[in-house]
Ligand binder design. Structure first.
Ligand SMILES: Nc1nc2c(ncn2[C@@H]2O[C@H](COP(=O)(O)OP(=O)(O)OP(=O)(O)O)[C@@H](O)[C@H]2O)c(=O)[nH]1
Ligand SMILES: [Mg+2]
Length: 198
């Protein structure tokens, strides 16, 4: 269902289900975010990063990482009795890009998680959503050793338009992840309102 068609007072007892993607580059915290926020045990498709990944996966900046998502993460969060979000975490590595089109099918919106130590790996996800007209919010996952930038600096570095919200979060913290999703939902509502610029 398109967001414009969503009517919380449609007279049905059934909640509306909305598909949201949690995306971004390799090792930015996508699986962590889905696990933090999901009210069901999340489905994960993690595989060990093996010696065979050497030269294939770029581990620079995330050397301590031992597993990686090879298909998707899946979780669910109930916003209220009329709205349930289904969360799909994308794989982060280039070699799983072919899955993104399938995962994005029917998605209402997306979160692009970024790590300020490796901002440039966010471009692929941003380009993907911009080119498909999928509304997204950027969430900076604040790793301890990552440089601190203001939202203005992040917007500038990622060449984002003024309307795309940027939020700072800790992917390990449920309330922080909830705030990210609420920002995305508010952005989707603003985009869908008749007064919103095209
Ligand atoms: N310090 C800190 N560590 C984090 C945070 N978020 C995630 N991590 C850690 O960073 C590592 C990468 O997190 P994942 O959630 O696997 O990242 P991902 O984006 O799903 O990775 P891929 O699926 O391989 O692309 C894990 O070891 C997490 O425990 C955070 O906010 N702070
Ligand atoms: Mg993952």
């Amino acid at each position: 269902m398109a967001f414009e068609d969503y009517d919380p007072n449609a007279g049905s007892d059934l909640a509306t289900s909305v598909k949201i993607l949690i995306s971004g580059g390799f090792g930015v915290g996508k699986t962590t975010m889905v696990a933090s926020i999901s009210e069901i045990t999340p489905l994960r498709t993690e595989e060990l990063i093996s010696e065979r990944s050497v030269g294939v996966d770029d581990l620079a900046g995330v050397e301590e990482k031992t597993t990686t998502t090879v298909a998707l993460d899946f979780g669910r969060i109930t916003i209220d009795q009329s709205l349930v979000l289904y969360l799909f975490g994308t794989p982060g590595q280039d070699r799983f890009w072919f899955l993104w089109d399938e995962l994005a099918r029917g998605a209402l919106g997306a979160v692009v998680l970024v790590d300020t130590r490796r901002l440039e790996i966010a471009f692929a996800a941003i380009d993907f959503f911009e080119s498909r007209g999928i509304t997204f919010t950027v969430a900076v996952n604040c790793f301890e050793r990552a440089p601190l930038y203001t939202d203005v600096e992040v917007r500038d570095a990622l060449d984002l338009d003024d309307r795309t919200p940027i939020v700072f979060c800790d992917a390990r913290d449920r309330n922080s992840c909830k705030a990210v999703l609420l920002t995305l939902m508010e952005h989707l509502i603003a985009r869908a309102s008749p007064a919103a610029p095209a």
